[in-house]
Write a protein that binds this ligand. Structure first.
Ligand SMILES: Nc1ncnc2c1ncn2[C@@H]1O[C@H](COP(=O)(O)OP(=O)(O)OP(=O)(O)O)[C@@H](O)[C@H]1O
Ligand SMILES: [Mg+2]
Length: 347
């Protein structure tokens, strides 16, 4: 359970401090900082923002450094975000601390498992492939340390390999021995990602679905020695790595095999996403040691009461943090068990 949260120069918060002793409802008008609060908690959980394209966006306008600190049971978690420069000195964008000790991201994540529901989730179904890969990553990174390590290594290697390919494209003679090293790394880590994504998608397909029935097809971009040599010329011409999990996607089929993205009504797409997120919750719960906390950012404008109660019942007694603009949106039987925190307009 998250018992305290402190923000410093984080988004619209100059300095703020919250204490939680159970589940909470955070009520505040638009722009009062509700989603920013959820973003801060999610950052402590996953080491990532769920919406910033670049980490420095989380730092308060005009500041160099933002800080989020929280206490979960007896663990002190802290993330420091900078704009890349502090007092004129170049600095890392993000640093992680557990009980005051600096950690790498792969060792920071996992201390405060959380599952987030937000209106942006719809993008998993209707958005671009990158958002579906982000979904797979965010679930698997929470639950699997080996996945976190493979992903970090894969991303780094991909960047290096692409930089080299770019040089080849510009006329540098291709030295295959140089590529051998990067190929080996990218294949090893890429295959770990593919296998684990496949397992997760398999879980999703086999799980019981009460909200909307669907079937996922993993459209994977396999990486192997053969595939890389098959694409050798094309890579040289384009200057980028053309195969691998960074090109993965999955298709959601519903209702006798139609693609939910193209043929689902808005309502069906919402239910599909809700179903997907409920299964994520089930998956995370089964795989982490501590029960995940549940973050519901502004979902009352999107979902009806029955579905919200369905989510809350799934999570059982675990801590839940809900934001909303209007207290009236929250069904009375949910509200009675929760603490209420009010945010004022423009913190
Ligand atoms: N880096 C930043 N520095 C300062 N303010 C920021 C920064 N990023 C966002 N904000 C501001 O923080 C305010 C609160 O944003 P937030 O998304 O938390 O609002 P909200 O309460 O969730 O509103 P809504 O009900 O509309 O979703 C906004 O006015 C936004 O412009
Ligand atoms: Mg919001």
């Amino acid at each position: 359970m998250l018992t305290s949260l402190q923000l410093q120069n984080f988004r619209n918060y100059k300095k703020a401090s919250f204490n939680f002793d159970k589940s909470v409802i955070i009520i505040g008008p638009n722009t009062s900082g509700k989603s920013n609060l959820i973003e801060a908690i999610f950052l402590l959980s996953s080491g990532k923002s769920f919406r910033a394209e670049r980490d420095p966006e989380m730092v308060r306008f005009g500041s160099e450094m933002g800080r989020v600190r929280g206490r979960a049971d007896d663990i002190d978690l802290e993330v420091v975000v900078t704009v890349g420069e502090v007092g004129g000195v170049r600095s890392q964008f993000k640093r992680y601390f557990v009980n005051g000790v600096a950690k790498r991201r792969q060792d920071f994540v996992g201390n405060l498992p959380a599952v987030l529901f937000s209106p942006q989730d719809l993008e998993i179904v209707v958005g671009s492939p990158g958002l579906r890969r982000d979904f797979l990553d965010s679930v698997l990174e929470q639950t699997d340390r080996e996945y976190r390590i493979a992903l970090i290594s894969y991303t780094k290697t991909l960047r290096q390999r692409n930089a080299l390919l770019e040089l080849v494209k510009k006329g540098l003679r291709r030295d295959d021995r140089q590529f051998e090293y990067w190929n080996k790394l990218i294949i090893t880590n890429g295959q770990i990602l593919t296998a684990k994504r496949e397992d997760f998608i398999d879980f999703l397909n086999k799980a019981k679905k009460e909200v909307l029935s669907f079937k996922l097809e993993y459209d994977k971009s396999v990486i192997s020695e053969e595939r890389l040599s098959q694409y050798r010329e094309a890579e040289t011409a384009s200057g980028i790595t053309l195969v691998g999990p960074h090109r993965d996607d999955f298709i959601v089929y519903f209702n006798k095999g139609h693609d939910l993205r193209s043929f689902g009504s808005r309502g069906q797409q919402r239910l599909g996403v809700l179903q997907l997120k409920l299964l994520e919750l089930e998956y995370v719960r089964a795989r982490v040691e501590n029960e995940p906390i549940l973050l519901l950012d502004d979902v009352f404008s999107e979902l009806d009461e029955d579905h919200i109660i369905h989510i809350l019942e799934k999570v059982g007694g675990q801590q839940t943090i809900i934001t909303t603009t209007h207290e009236e949106f929250i069904p009375a039987r949910i509200k009675s068990k929760m603490e209420i925190i009010e945010l004022k307009a423009n913190n």
